[in-house]
Ligand binder design. Structure first.
Ligand code: GAR
Length: 210
C-alpha cells in the first residue's frame, strides 16, 4: 500500500474526488492524511468523516515561510508519504520544501499551463480572449505553477462567460484528470525525461471536456 498525503486550503473537492476514486477503483494506496493551513477548510470535515486522519497548521503562527514549511514537512513525513498531492493548497512553497518532495509531489491548476500561472486564472483567460481554457496536473517544481505536465483537460470559453461560469465548467474536468494522474503515479506508469511526462503504456494524457 502506498501512502498519499493531501494538502488543501478550502473546499477540498479535488481531494474528495481522489479519495473516492481510490476506494472505488481499489488503488494499491490509501489517503493517509489530509492536512490544511486553514482549520476552517471544509474539506477537513469531510475527510475526518471518512475516518482519514486530518490536521490543520496555521501558517500565521509561524515567523517565516521556511519555519511553516519545516513543521508541515514534519506532519507530512509522519505518514511516510509516497506521494504528496496539492489540491487547492493556496500557499507558495519554499525551495527546500519543494526539493524534499521533488518527483513525488503533484498539483492541479485551473488553466492550460504554461498559460496563466498564479491567481484569477479564469478571469485572465476570459480577458485574453482565449477560446479554450482548462486544467493541468503537473509535478511541482520550485517555480510557481510550473513543472512537468502529467495531464490536461480543455474546455471551451463561451461568449459571455463569467469567471464563475468558466470555473464551474473546468472543475469537473479537474475531478477527472487529477484522480487519473494520481493513480498513474501510484501504479508507476509515469516517466519524466527532459521535463516532459509520458505514460508508459501510452494512455491519453488529454481530456476534451465541457
Ligand atoms: C481548484 O480549482 C484548483 O485547481 C485550484 O483551487 C481550486 C481548489 O478547489 N488551485 C489553484 O488555483 C492552485 N494554483 P477544491 O478545494 O474544491 O479542490
Amino acid at each position: 500500500m502506498k501512502n498519499i498525503v493531501i494538502l488543501i486550503s478550502g473546499r477540498g473537492s479535488n481531494m474528495e474526488a481522489i479519495v473516492q476514486a481510490c476506494a472505488r477503483e481499489g488503488w494499491p494506496a490509501r489517503v493517509a492524511a489530509v492536512l490544511s493551513n486553514k482549520a476552517s477548510a471544509a474539506g477537513l470535515t469531510w475527510a475526518a468523516a471518512q475516518g482519514i486522519p486530518t490536521a490543520a497548521l496555521d501558517h500565521k503562527a509561524f515567523d517565516s515561510r521556511e519555519a511553516f514549511d519545516a513543521e508541515l514537512a514534519r506532519l507530512i513525513d509522519a505518514h511516510q508519504p509516497d506521494l504528496v498531492v496539492l489540491a487547492g493548497f493556496m500557499r507558495i512553497l519554499s525551495e527546500g520544501f519543494v526539493r524534499r518532495y521533488e518527483g513525488r509531489m503533484l498539483n492541479v491548476h485551473p488553466s492550460l499551463l504554461p498559460a496563466f500561472p498564479g491567481l484569477h486564472t479564469h478571469q485572465r483567460a476570459i480577458d485574453a480572449g482565449c477560446k479554450l481554457a482548462g486544467a493541468t496536473v503537473h509535478f511541482v517544481t520550485a517555480e510557481l505553477d510550473h513543472g512537468p505536465i502529467v495531464a490536461q483537460a480543455a474546455v471551451p470559453v463561451l461568449p459571455g462567460d463569467s469567471a464563475d461560469a468558466l470555473a464551474a465548467r473546468i472543475l469537473p474536468q479537474e475531478h477527472l484528470i487529477y484522480p487519473r494522474a494520481v493513480r498513474w503515479f501510484i501504479e508507476g506508469q509515469l516517466s519524466v525525461a527532459e521535463g516532459r511526462v509520458t505514460h508508459n503504456e501510452g494512455a491519453s494524457q488529454v481530456v476534451w471536456g465541457g
